[in-house]
Design a protein around this ligand. Structure first.
Ligand code: 13P
Ligand code: SF4
Length: 317
């Protein structure tokens, strides 16, 4: 299937027929981002899904994102064009592992990154995304212990900003972001002394970037640790003419659209998420034609998960 004008017309016609809103994450293929009604980061898309009047949500992203939309809108039909689109980070903690961790820290508040399964969210007090993780942790009374899962690099970032000693971090990671490493970033930054560095907090290099800034190897004001949505705001505001981007490469599409005059380059151009890229033009068409793959979340799990997701949406508005 070619993502040509005939494909786009057919997608739009089928979407109208199903009363469907098409949502795409910033890491989707450019043609999927272009056909979507809304493209954004995971927090923005959760908010749109929760507020939409459409009968059907077609979530072009990975499975936990579509599940989150279903948790928030149990009466809507939620489709993901390919249900095999998983997430290595979400796979790094199970509900059973989280229950065992909670048992070791009675009374602790559990903060889970939105990249988790519905079962893990059901065991969670407050969910967060990379754009509001710091605000979420800051909203918890100082004397309460916090269990933060599953991403160790985002956890380290939150701990650094909040200065919180009673924050325990699970040792999970995303294989794509963990692979964007410190030495690679240092080399790229040294070769482009005028470039800004836009770094997603899930990256293995986030700590090294701040270390480089601390050592004076990179000017501290050039280093920006940002969620994908916040990268777009920063792109519109920076005075830099070139930017090194440390996140999944799908992000470059929206960045280049937001600021065409800036030279955006990936720190690691192999940082592509194979799960995100399972949502192809053909998968999109099949999804709308067949009403597949439908996302289901057990009602009891969804009810428990909904409270933690709602708190995430309320904080950091
Ligand atoms: P954000 O869109 O919240 O920055 O998340 C990035 C990500 O890795 C989603 O899988
Ligand atoms: Fe999951 Fe990483 Fe892919 Fe994001 S980039 S969906 S965190 S595997």
């Amino acid at each position: 299937v070619e993502p040509d004008a005939a494909w786009a017309d057919e997608v739009r016609r089928l979407a109208r027929q199903r009363d469907a809103v098409l949502l795409a994450h910033n890491y989707q293929l450019p043609e999927i981002q272009e056909i979507a009604d809304h493209t954004g980061d995971s927090l923005a898309l959760s908010r749109i899904a929760a507020g939409s009047d459409a009968a059907t949500i077609v979530f072009c992203g990975v499975h936990f994102m579509a599940e989150t939309a279903k948790i928030l809108s149990p009466d809507k039909t939620v489709l993901i064009p390919d249900a095999r689109a998983g997430c290595s980070l979400a796979d790094s903690i199970t509900a059973e592992q989280l229950r065992a961790w909670k048992a070791e820290h009675p009374g602790a508040v559990v903060v889970s990154y939105v990249n988790t399964t519905a079962e893990v969210k059901a065991e969670t007090d407050i969910c967060c995304t990379s754009s509001n993780a710091v605000d979420v942790v800051a909203s918890i009374p100082e004397d309460r212990e916090v269990l933060f899962c599953p991403d160790q690099f985002l956890g380290a970032h939150v701990k650094r900003i909040t200065g919180r000693r009673n924050l325990h971090i699970w040792a999970g990671e995303c294989h794509v972001h963990a692979g964007i490493n410190g030495p690679e970033l240092a080399e790229r930054a040294a070769a482009s002394p005028d470039a800004d560095l836009f770094i997603h907090p899930e990256c293995g290099c986030a700590t090294s970037a701040l270390y480089l800034a601390g050592e004076g190897a990179v000017e501290p004001e050039r280093v920006k640790i940002l969620s994908t949505g916040d990268m777009l705001h920063a792109a519109r505001e920076t005075k830099a003419t070139s930017v090194l981007v440390a996140t999944e490469v799908g992000m470059l599409h929206q960045l280049r659209k937001a600021a065409p005059e800036i030279d955006f380059r990936a720190v690691n151009d192999r940082a592509s998420c194979r799960y995100m890229k399972m949502i192809t033009p053909a998968a999109m068409l099949r999804s709308l034609r067949e009403g597949a793959d439908e996302v289901h979340v057990d009602a009891g799990t969804a009810e428990r998960a909904r409270a933690s997701v709602r708190r995430m949406i309320e904080i950091g508005q």
